[in-house]
Each structure stands twice: as C-alpha cells, then as structure tokens.
Design a binder for this molecule. Structure first.
Ligand SMILES: NC(=O)c1ccc[n+]([C@@H]2O[C@H](COP(=O)([O-])OP(=O)(O)OC[C@H]3O[C@@H](n4cnc5c(N)ncnc54)[C@H](OP(=O)(O)O)[C@@H]3O)[C@@H](O)[C@H]2O)c1
Length: 239
C-alpha cells in the first residue's frame, strides 16, 4: 500500500483529501494542531491512519515531528502540504501578518525541506503544495496571504528545477485553488465560482494520480489566472 501524509488534515480540503486517499488504498498520516479533530477523522476513516499533532509554525519541532510520523508509518510516498491561515487584515495587525508568514511561508518551507531530504534518500516521491489564485493578486486586504502563496508557488518551481537537475524521480505538483467552501472563507461576501471542499479534493486527487505539474482548482479558474496575468497593474489595483 502507498503512504501519504497530509499536513493540515483537520478541516476543509485537507480533510476531504485524506478521506479520498484512504478510499484509494493509501495509508494516511494526518497532521494539524487540533488533536480532537485528528482523532475524529481517524474514527471516520476505517482504514489504517496515523495522526500527529504538528504546528508547522514551530519549524524545528514540526520538522522533527514530521520525521517521527514518517517513521511511525514506516515510510512515505506522497506528502500534501496544505496547512495555511488567511486573514482579512487591512490594518496590517502584526499578529495576523506574523502568523501568516510563520505558517504559510516558514511552515511550508520546513515541511518541504523534510520531504525533499526524505525522498532524495529514498530515490523517489511526490510533493504536493497548495498555493492559491491569490498568488497572482496583490490584495490590500490580505497582503501577507497573497505574498505567502506567491512564495509557495515560486518555492515549488525552484524545487522542481533542483530535483530535475539532480535527475531524481521526485514529482512536484502545484495546486492553485480559486475559491473553495471551507472554514477559511466563511463569512466572506461577494464570492463566485465557489467549489465544495469535496469537489476540490477530488480534483486534487486526480492531479496527484496524473503527477501534474500545476492545476487550477476548479478548472475554470484557469481563465481567471489568465486574465490576472494579462491585466495591467492599474486595473488590478481597482479590484
Ligand atoms: N478555501 C479557499 O477558498 C482557498 C483558496 C485558495 C487556496 N486555499 C488554500 O487551500 C489550503 C487548504 O485550506 P482550506 O480552505 O481547506 O482551509 P481550512 O479549512 O482553514 O484548513 C486549513 C488547514 O491548515 C491547518 N493549519 C493551520 N495552521 C496550522 C499550523 N500552524 N500548523 C499545522 N496546520 C495548520 C489547519 O489545521 P489546524 O487548525 O488543526 O492546525 C487546517 O487543517 C490552504 O493552503 C489554503 O491557503 C484555500
């Protein structure tokens, strides 16, 4: 059986993806901060799972705990780095900016670092990172979030280049969701093309199976990405 770790499995897309992976014969390692939600999910999944309470913002500790989880699972073939926070923070409250940077950037890089080193030793593996359409916008309301997702996208492309140069069989998949109905966007107004977490997770799983380099979730967000890429800066500022 293949083994997958989902970082940020307690809610939203990560939770749905963990269930899909389990249904598709993966032994799943579940990670996140909320221990009660981890055990709840373990009870819901009838097949073999392993859970580890990990706070990715405490990078050194989180890296050690991920290595521990991999050992407990007796290996890992796939990791999905899905954990993130997002705040509407127009006043740039520092606690929110700081947490976003710590979780979405430092936490992401720390988890990717463990995965690259583990897969490099093993000779193969698959790293999936969840970015966002927000990486293409410079939002004045969630400045740190958009910037953190631009980091995620660029970091993954850099890793892919590095691994290709080393001729290692380690796949990198960049997932770019548009809007997905999860606790992350609850209470936000004026949203459109919002997909269910289940549908989004299903499309992420398809991308994993096909070892895609990059996918927009859902697919129609490819169009928005194209428009954002072509849009002059002054038009973006009006959004
Ligand atoms: N929903 C959207 O519209 C949307 C759009 C574009 C991109 N995304 C991206 O999709 C991914 C999944 O988000 P979601 O929408 O499913 O949101 P969500 O339901 O809020 O899930 C976020 C997950 O991240 C985990 N997490 C947060 N801080 C953490 C920390 N310090 N250490 C470890 N885990 C942590 C949470 O677990 P704990 O709280 O238990 O730690 C939770 O499992 C994120 O990367 C998000 O940026 C979402």
């Amino acid at each position: 059986m293949k083994k997958a770790v989902v970082i940020g499995a307690t809610s939203g897309m990560g939770r749905e993806l963990a269930k899909i992976l389990a249904k598709n014969n993966y032994i799943v390692g579940l990670a996140g901060r909320r221990a009660n939600l981890l055990s709840e999910l373990q009870n819901e999944i009838p097949t073999e799972t392993h859970a580890k309470r990990i706070d990715v913002s405490k990078t050194k500790e989180a890296m050690a705990l991920l290595n521990e989880l991999i050992k407990e699972m007796d290996g890992m073939d796939l990791i999905v780095i899905n954990s993130a926070v997002s705040y509407q923070n127009p006043e740039l409250e520092w606690d929110n900016e700081n947490e976003t940077i710590n979780v979405n950037i430092r936490g992401f890089a720390a988890m990717a670092n463990v995965a690259v080193k583990y897969f490099s030793k093993k000779g193969y593996g698959h790293i999936v990172g969840i970015s966002s359409i927000a990486a293409l916008r410079h939002s004045c309301r969630s400045t740190a979030y958009g910037a953190s997702k631009a980091f995620v996208s660029h970091y993954m492309r850099g890793l892919r280049q590095k691994l290709v140069n080393k001729k290692l069989k380690i796949y990198i998949t960049e997932i770019v969701p548009g809007l997905v109905d999860t606790p992350m966007i609850k209470n936000r107004k004026g949203l459109f093309w919002v997909a269910s977490a289940k549908k989004a997770a299903g499309q992420i799983f398809e991308a994993i199976k096909k070892k895609k380099k990059k996918v927009y979730i859902t697919k129609r967000w490819t169009l928005i990405a194209l428009l954002l890429k072509m849009m002059p800066e002054f038009v973006k500022r009006m959004l």
